[in-house]
Design a protein around this ligand. Structure first.
Ligand code: AHR
Length: 482
């Protein structure tokens, strides 16, 4: 098929927040220990204990924000055990019960953010923590003077860090609290009173309330009704599954029908955002409160031979197609969705990076983020995704250049698209494609470059028309000067 898109009026439809390309790193399996943190004395090259290869790769995709320390883990995390010279090890009862050293704590997280150039997004422990513990944490991070600032200085960091986002609780409707939305709303109203910046020079913290799981529309209704005026964002979690939770398929070696079922599940994001947006608009018609999709991605069976609690999964061209489709869905809802954080950055679920001892590889999903980074903070011209259409896309404009990203979700058919602009086009300055012939093509430590970005030449420019031919299972990004 050939799809025709006419953007000749070049109307701007809002802005694509850079935070739509956020990441999430949790203390889970080797997501932090081994994947990010190796310690200063490690033989693996590191800067202050943080893997240099991982930092270099993350810098390259311009990670705008990093959510930490969880997830479920945030609700067992007591930050004071993770600062200073002597750390109190903890049992990670959220994920397999492993005993963790706590060497990666607040100072190390902010160091990581600084090294990769990301803003901070802290999830505080509403489930098993206290307001006092939280206020001490916020003071430790943001106060220029006072007892917590002195403690921070004693631990090697004189200046306060910049704290941008705070999530108040995580998945409180589930294992983290088994709360009703009414109970959570009341708790949120209380806790958020104390989410403060301790540096008067800094902007107020962006407060994110714990939002619904997938299609729990009642949660959204109640929390918005009772507390919308006290929040800046409401979170949403949705993971792509090939089947039911207990029948998840594998990341590789899957059947053709599992391509379609995962795509079906991933595309529900469009519906969930739309439907939750309707509930939010009942109490906040102009969407002052933003939807924050702070956990998303493919959740597949853990790789054979790995600890099921560590959620380690390979990453294939199928995951790349799902990531591009989801980013296009976020762009379509850019007036409502302000931030999204893929789960998770390294070694967990749909990761950007896999590590094994001193080895590191970039996943197909990484390359999607590498192409999409050009859309960060661009003006949105058009974003499209439709359940019945194999093609979805984002077209934006930044610094006098058009950025065009198209995804062909079909596993076996090529598709074409023609985009009509308002004037004659110049030659692209960037043109890349991610494609693989096999549905489960992936990068391995023996063959780390099997799926990677290639130069893309299968296009034509005829005056004001850009004609793009997409192979099956492919994602293209082009940058064209105005
Ligand atoms: O990302 C893995 C887990 O998924 C998170 O810890 C939790 O919040 C969600 O259920």
């Amino acid at each position: 098929m050939t799809k025709i898109v006419d953007i000749s009026d070049e109307k701007v439809n809002g802005k694509l927040s850079k935070y739509l390309q956020g990441q999430f790193s949790e203390h889970l399996g080797t997501g932090i220990y081994g994947g990010i943190w190796v310690g200063k004395d490690s033989a693996i090259e590191n800067i202050h204990g943080i893997r240099k290869d991982v930092v270099d790769a993350l810098k390259e995709i311009s990670v705008p924000v990093l959510r930490w320390p969880g997830g479920w883990f945030s609700d067992i995390y007591h930050w004071k055990d993770g600062i200073g010279k002597t750390r109190r090890p903890l049992f990670n009862t959220s994920w397999g019960g492993s005993l963790e050293s706590n060497e990666f704590g607040t100072n190390e997280y902010f160091d990581l953010c600084e090294q990769i150039g990301a803003d901070s997004y802290l999830n505080v422990n509403l489930s098993s923590g206290t307001i006092h513990e939280m206020t001490d944490w916020l003071e430790y991070i943001t106060a220029p003077v006072g007892p917590m600032a002195e403690l921070r200085a004693k631990n090697g960091h004189k200046d306060p860090w910049k704290l941008k986002f705070v999530g108040v609780g995580n998945e409180e409707w589930g294992e983290d609290g088994q709360m009703t939305p009414e109970f959570y709303s009341d708790l949120y109203r209380l806790w958020q009173c104390f989410v403060r910046q301790y540096d008067p020079e800094q902007k107020p913290i962006f407060k994110v309330a714990c939002g619904p799981n997938i299609d729990d529309f009642n949660w959204t209704h109640v929390v918005m009704e009772k507390a919308n005026q006290f929040m800046d964002g409401l979170s949403l979690h949705h993971y792509g599954l090939t089947d039911l939770w207990d029948k998840k398929g594998y990341a590789t070696g899957f059947e053709a029908k599992e391509w379609d079922s995962l795509l079906y599940s991933i595309r529900k994001m469009d519906y969930f955002i739309h439907e939750h947006g309707l509930r939010m608009a009942q109490f906040d018609p102009n969407h002052r409160v933003k939807l924050i999709v702070d956990e998303w991605g493919d959740w597949l069976h853990n790789d054979p031979g790995t600890n099921p609690a560590y959620l380690r999964q390979q990453n294939t061209i199928r995951d790349a197609v799902m990531a591009a489709t989801t980013l296009n869905i976020f762009a379509k809802h850019a007036n409502l969705v302000e931030m999204a954080n893929i789960a998770q950055t390294v070694n967990v679920l749909q990761s950007m990076i896999l590590t094994q001892d001193d080895k590191m590889l970039l996943t197909p999903t990484y390359y999607v983020f590498d192409m999409y980074k050009y859309h960060q903070d661009a003006e949105l011209i058009e974003a499209y995704s439709d359940n019945g259409d194999p093609l979805n896309y984002t077209i934006s404009k930044k610094n006098g250049r058009y950025i065009v990203s198209i995804c062909n979700t079909s596993k076996d058919e090529s598709n074409n698209i023609t985009i009509k602009f308002g004037h004659a086009l110049s030659k692209p300055t960037y043109s890349k494609v991610l494609h693989a012939d096999e549905m489960d093509a992936c990068n391995t430590f023996d063959d780390p470059d099997r799926v990677k970005l290639m130069n893309y030449t299968d296009y034509q420019i005829n005056d004001n028309k850009l004609e793009i031919a997409l192979k099956d299972k492919s994602i293209v990004t082009m940058i064209i000067p105005e």
